[in-house]
Design a protein around this ligand. Structure first.
Ligand code: 4AD
Ligand code: MG
Length: 467
């Protein structure tokens, strides 16, 4: 076969130099036609759109034609011609076809219309479907948007450790990291495991958040963000929880809670706008195929200011709803950790736009949040979104050494894990704030997918670590 430089399908479909000889490589999506001429829809992943290859059967050997089946990988040399029937401006009149990889009829993606559940069982192949191609191209674009947003505003990308000895959120939901022989654990007289001889000489885990180390950096570099995987061993089998997910955590010196809210709102709107501007074909596909309200919802978020509301006022609204006969599965009272149904009621039914809920009871929030004068609440903020519920969690941080120390002791957090964190408050402490955006929750919003397992290539959830 003649060697011609490959053109990606995304670029080819924009060309207008009809008559040019080109090469494309990709996977067969469908093949149809008559005894004289066949039409192959070829996709190479660069775009959701396929290019149509027109094959004049008389020009090709029968043995070769037999190998052109759904899923097979082809290299095609041909002439670019203007198309009338393919849904695209361009199609290729095939001159030479090389079958790079055959695909027999055990290929599970022969037919269209598989359920999301089935596709999760073949997560190694699902990127070849239109839907997952779209989702993973959007995922890439969102990562780029995030780096660009922060870089353009003078934030530094700071790498926090994945293996850690401290529990940032204090929720005890950590996966342990050990090289000890689990069949022969050394214990002390009290029956506790002795970690002296373990790899790190102490108990270590996978991080639940890069925030604590992020704060160290923010109080030196001024404004930083992290963007990495985080791990939570919470046994929640919900459409919004993963055991391994990616989090973006900006942290900014001298920002108070109002600045933090402004940053969160600007950041999310930037990401949504980026998806509309840079992933138009994929977003439109997902809108048309899965979620007819998707584009409207994305535009809606851009248009409106987010509501800013104290937790206490949020509870009042929910209590009034209950009094008027609205049924929630979980009870509503001051002090309760809001369930997703409560969050979504505020966003979708009451305000009909995103809500930033602030000043939560300290008992349901982490130790590092700045304590309010009332002694009961902390300067926390959760950004609540339509269809998602909590998409961001953050706070102004407690900058006062004595108050932070008192809270750490009150909660029984071991000092041996926290001395270095407390040093930031001892040496030139400053007001500072930050938040964490769940990357997959953002992707749920932007793609309109309804299960978080479908916006990460290889989901890790309770009882599932396949692939
Ligand atoms: O609210 P969270 O637990 O806050 C923190 O971890 C803080 N350290 C962030 C900070 O202030 N720097 O988690 C932040 C976000 C949530 O709002 C949610 O979007 C996402 O992370 N998240 C999860 N996403 C998927 N699966 C899970 N199990 C998640 N847990 C939290
Ligand atoms: Mg939270």
């Amino acid at each position: 076969m003649e060697k011609i430089g490959r053109t990606k399908i995304i670029d080819l479909l924009k060309r207008e130099d009809f008559g040019a000889t080109v090469n494309v490589k990709g996977w067969v999506r469908t093949r149809r036609g008559s005894k004289q001429v066949n039409f192959i829809a070829l996709n190479d992943g660069s775009t959701i759109n396929n290019v149509q290859i027109v094959v004049d059967l008389a020009n090709f050997n029968e043995d070769l034609l037999k190998l052109i089946t759904t899923g097979a990988c082809l290299s095609v040399n041909g002439v670019m011609v203007e198309s009338v029937g393919s849904g695209q401006k361009v199609e290729i009149q095939a001159r030479e076809i090389d079958v790079l990889g055959t695909c027999d009829n055990t290929y599970p993606l022969q037919k269209k219309g598989h359920s999301m559940e089935f596709l999760r069982e073949i997560a190694h192949l699902r990127p070849r479907t239109n839907t997952f191609g779209a989702v993973f191209r959007i995922r890439h674009n969102m990562a780029i948007a995030i780096h660009k947003f922060f870089h353009d505003r003078g934030f530094f990308y700071f790498h926090t450790p994945i293996i850690t000895a401290s529990d940032c959120e204090g929720a005890g939901q950590m996966f342990q990291v050990t090289t000890m022989n689990l069949y022969d654990l050394k214990k002390n007289e009290a029956g506790s495991i002795v970690y002296d001889n373990d790899f790190f000489g102490k108990q270590a885990s996978l991080t639940v958040s890069g925030q604590l180390e992020g704060e160290l950096a923010a109080t030196a570099l001024g404004a930083i963000y992290t963007f990495g995987p985080t791990f939570r061993a919470e046994n929640s089998n919900t459409p919004r929880h993963l055991a391994e997910f990616w989090m973006i955590e900006p942290e900014v010196a001298f920002n108070d809670i109002a600045d933090n809210m402004d940053l969160a709102e600007e950041f999310i709107k930037y990401c949504v706008q980026w998806a509309l501007d840079n992933c138009a074909d994929d977003v439109k596909f997902l809108n048309d195929m899965f979620d007819k309200g998707l584009i409207e919802r994305l535009l809606g978020v851009l248009k409106e200011d987010f509501v800013r509301l104290a937790y206490t006022d949020g509870i009042k609204i929910l209590e009034e709803a209950v009094a008027k006969g609205h049924k929630f599965e979980f009870p509503v009272y001051w002090g309760v950790d809001l369930a997703s149904e409560h969050e979504r009621y505020l966003v979708e039914e009451h305000f009909k736009r995103p809500v930033i809920l602030t000043d939560y009871p300290k008992e349901i929030k982490a130790f590092y949040m700045k304590q309010n004068e009332d002694g009961k609440t902390v300067r926390a903020m959760d950004v609540l979104f339509p269809k998602i519920g909590e998409i961001i969690g953050g706070s102004e941080r407690e900058a006062d050494y004595e108050k932070l120390l008192a809270r750490i002791k009150e909660l029984g957090i071991p000092m041996k894990d926290m001395w270095w964190y407390l040093d930031t408050r001892k040496f030139g402490s400053c007001p500072h704030s930050g938040f964490g955006l769940g990357f997959e929750r953002l992707l749920l919003f932007v793609t309109g997918m309804s299960n978080i397992r479908d916006v990460i290539p290889f989901p890790r959830t309770p009882k599932n670590a396949e692939f």
